[in-house]
Design a protein around this ligand. Structure first.
Ligand SMILES: Cc1cc2nc3c(=O)[nH]c(=O)nc-3n(C[C@H](O)[C@H](O)[C@H](O)COP(=O)(O)O)c2cc1C
Length: 194
């Protein structure tokens, strides 16, 4: 599929269908989302998306149900080692319940949550730091939306969740470290143009 076809055919699913995916799929999606592509001088890190001052204020978390090689839970994707680090034992339904659209998550494969550490770039960018962090989350989100399509999955962005409930689930204070974006992906069951 060409890049233009990828864009021309994208759509946010309104529901997902049951389907399995492999560890290799998961690895590919994570790498496209936020993989490390370079290390310069042991300090500067390059990833699959740009970051103001290479400070990378956004971290990528995943909620998964149990699969062939992994337990159900919430995971941190560690770009530098290309590993998923288990952070909690909550399955996808627990994350779904932090939204008013729990039914959307049924049969989904991955729930992606971008968490901003708002302090990480503030020393350099001051009041502009927040803007840069939000822009960066958009870059990562786009990587996720396009990346899952390498295996026939589709993504729907979800900004409508209960802030405190999601932050509590992931053990963030919602002040310095804030879940700012959620994306749910899987095999599309139905889509709409509205
Ligand atoms: C920032 C943002 C927040 C969104 N939040 C939600 C949401 O909470 N629930 C939902 O079902 N869709 C959400 N969407 C998806 C939009 O509803 C969807 O992109 C829009 O209807 C256009 O459809 P399309 O993506 O298929 O082109 C969100 C999209 C964006 C970019």
């Amino acid at each position: 599929m060409t890049l233009s076809t990828l864009f021309a055919t994208r759509r946010s699913p309104e529901a997902f269908a049951f389907g399995r995916f492999t560890t290799q799929d998961l690895a590919n999606w994570c790498w496209i989302a936020a993989g490390q592509t370079a290390t310069v001088g042991g300090i500067y890190e390059g990833r699959t998306y740009p970051s103001g001052g290479a400070l990378f204020p956004c971290d990528l978390f995943l909620a998964l149900d149990a699969g062939p090689d992994w337990d159900a839970g919430t995971y941190l994707y560690q770009s530098s080692t290309h590993e998923l680090v288990l952070m909690g034992r909550e399955p996808i339904t627990s994350v779904a319940e932090t939204t008013p659209q729990a039914e959307l998550f049924e049969y989904s494969a991955v729930v992606w949550i971008i968490v901003a550490s708002l302090w990480r770039n503030r020393f350099k960018y001051g009041q502009r730091a927040l803007r840069f962090t939000m822009i960066e989350a958009g870059h990562m989100a786009q990587n996720i939306c396009l990346g899952v399509r390498t295996s026939g999955h589709e993504a729907r962005c979800v900004g409508g969740y209960y802030d405190d409930e999601l932050a509590d689930l992931l053990h963030f204070d919602s002040l310095h470290e804030v879940p700012i974006y959620m994306i749910v992906s899987g095999i599309p069951a139905t889509t709409s143009l509205t």
